[in-house]
Ligand binder design. Structure first.
Ligand code: ZN
Length: 573
């Protein structure tokens, strides 16, 4: 048994959660509590003792006991494992880790090279004659001495081999430096990747330097403005945020994060004392980054550039936060290109604008009118085609209804028309493949299958799993059919036996069904009978439809017609 397995086997998830959460009460086969990860008045946080997992149907957080500790104590996995081991009275042997020692050694060496590089560039910027251009630029961008030191800002000189010579002298070889993105190959020679650039370190959550972002300060038109480290063993763009290491304390204190697009915005904001600020790393904001932020805050204030690219990024960012269950607002930067420009021009206005952050959707509903002639029918149509998906992505129905009212005024159409249009919108404009990024994705019961899922949950959480008059075929979803078969044929109450027969994906759906709160059902037998009738009716309706379309193709029409008749009669019973 590995350490992880051992710790988990000695812990009871209900006990662990009860030690953090005030009231945990029994609800059928599950336990129920108010979710500690999001604000709620009625509990949607469920714990299943037989599978030793928890799941919140409100915010989507889910996992095992260690994941719960990790989330609630805001720890990295290894630290959470330590806490869990203590609770379980288990001494860790390190067997869980079983990491590839060679890989670990390389990671260590890579971080060492990065740290040396950071110090080297920092020294050049601070004190060396090769750093003059960098110092001039930093001065122009108002990067002050304290921030320079805190963030280890540096300068990569224009020479081809300044860093190369330095790192080789420290015992590194060219091959590994190319692999780690510190050198690049040019015309058969390895030269410094970053040249004539103001350098910002990318820190991981522990404060190790894992990569760099360099702002070009020369005049060549060919050089890209920003150049970033490639992904390496220790640097994953989609899973980290620029500035997070230096924002941690402030995030916990302020309970919201300011999300900007540029690294320099962050230095400027720190300069005026506002430190709860982070940025994506040269890519669009991702779901993984939203999940990461959720460990610290429950709300995000966007402060994206005011151009159309910034607005697009804002719309997408908002969808991601809605999916992740984080609240959001917009800091209105009207009059300025970005946060940095505002802070450099009018530093006293930055905290004011933060304080007056606006509702994201209301902000977008106004902002997006700009390019259109709202007096014309075409203008309104074009406008609604961009605004409707945004309103549709809002999860909270109370807010959504308010936006519908606002929109009906903007478009001068009745609210019902908007509601009708909204119902034709996709739930989210996010492409499917993005969803795969997040580990604890919620598989939401589809509207259509809710009835089937409720039935299955009630079936599993009853005293006896076998006594039902429902036939497997009555269920429409093949997965639900499979679950029903497993539930009725396996050892009663042994959910892990069922899980072992499901694929990873199916398991998620199964767990969701098992954790549906059915404790409100007082008369289980009566409820089962009602459900049974409904499921049968739905089944008959589907069959009649299917047979009718078959009728067109078949030669033996009489047989099909008599079958339809039988079903119609049954349906009218
Ligand atoms: Zn929750």
């Amino acid at each position: 048994m590995t350490d992880i397995e051992l710790v988990k086997s000695k812990l009871d998830i209900v006990e662990v959660i009860s030690s953090y959460v005030p009231t945990v009460t029994r609800a059928g086969a599950n336990y129920r509590a108010l979710c500690p990860f999001h604000n709620e008045k009625s509990p949607s946080f469920m714990i299943n003792p037989s599978l030793q997992i928890f799941k919140c149907f409100g915010c989507g957080k889910a996992g095992d006991a260690i994941a719960f500790i990790q989330e609630i104590e805001r720890l990295e996995f290894p630290e959470a494992l330590k806490v869990a081991a203590e609770k379980a009275g288990v001494e860790l042997t390190g067997r869980s880790v079983q990491k590839d020692e060679k890989l670990e050694a390389e990671k260590k060496r890579l971080i060492e090279a990065n740290e040396l590089t950071a110090k080297f560039y920092h020294y050049i910027l601070q004190s060396h004659k090769m750093g003059k251009a960098g110092r001039d630029y930093a001065l122009k961008r108002q990067i002050d001495g304290e921030r320079m030191v805190k963030f280890m800002v540096g300068f990569a000189p224009i020479q081809n081999d300044a860093l190369k010579k330095f790192l080789i002298s420290k015992g590194f070889n060219e091959k590994e430096l190319v692999k780690w993105g510190l050198l690049v190959e040019r015309n058969g020679k390895n030269i410094d990747k970053f040249r004539n650039r103001l350098m910002q370190c990318i820190f991981n959550i522990r404060g190790d330097v894992v990569g760099f972002s360099g702002r070009y300060i020369g005049t060549s038109k060919e050089a890209p403005k920003y150049l970033n480290s490639p992904e390496t063993l220790v640097y994953k763009k989609n899973e980290m945020l620029y500035g997070l290491f230096h924002a941690k304390e402030a995030l916990r204190k302020e309970k919201f994060a300011i999300l900007v697009e540029g690294n320099i915005d962050i230095l400027s904001s720190h300069r005026v004392g506002i430190e709860n600020i982070v940025a994506p790393l040269g890519t669009a904001f991702t779901k993984n980054q939203a999940t990461l932020l959720k460990r610290y805050v429950d709300e995000v204030y966007f402060s994206f550039d005011t151009d159309s690219a910034g607005t697009k990024a804002l719309i997408r960012g908002m969808e991601i936060l809605e999916e992740a269950g984080l609240k959001h607002k917009v800091i209105d930067l009207t009059g300025y290109q970005d946060a940095d420009q505002l802070i450099c021009t009018k530093p006293e206005e930055w905290p004011e604008r933060i304080k007056n952050a606006k509702d994201t959707v209301e902000y977008l509903m106004i902002k997006l009118q700009e390019p259109y002639d709202m007096g014309s029918a075409e203008g309104k149509k074009a406008y609604s085609s961009v605004v409707l998906p945004i309103v549709a992505s809002v999860k909270d129905s109370v807010s959504r209804n308010q936006y519908v009212k606002d929109l009906s005024l903007n478009l001068e159409v009745p609210p019902d028309t908007i509601i009708n249009l909204l119902s034709h919108q996709k739930k989210s404009a996010l492409p499917r493949n993005e969803n795969a990024e997040v580990g604890n994705e919620v598989v939401k019961p589809s509207q259509k299958n809710e009835l089937e899922e409720f039935f299955l949950s009630l079936l599993m959480q009853g005293d006896s799993m076998s006594e039902v008059g429902v036939k497997k075929e009555w269920l429409e979803s093949p997965l639900n059919q499979k679950i029903m078969e497993l539930v009725t044929s396996s050892t009663e109450g042994d959910f892990s036996e069922i899980e072992s027969k499901l694929t990873e994906e199916e398991r998620k759906s199964f767990e969701n069904i098992l954790m549906i709160d059915v404790s409100g059902v007082k008369d289980r037998k009566g409820e089962m009978e009602k459900l049974s009738k409904r499921l049968k009716k739905d089944f008959l309706k589907r069959e009649i439809l299917r047979l009718r379309s078959e009728l067109r193709k078949t030669l033996d029409k009489d047989k099909v017609i008599s079958q339809i008749d039988t079903y119609v009669k049954e349906l009218s019973k």
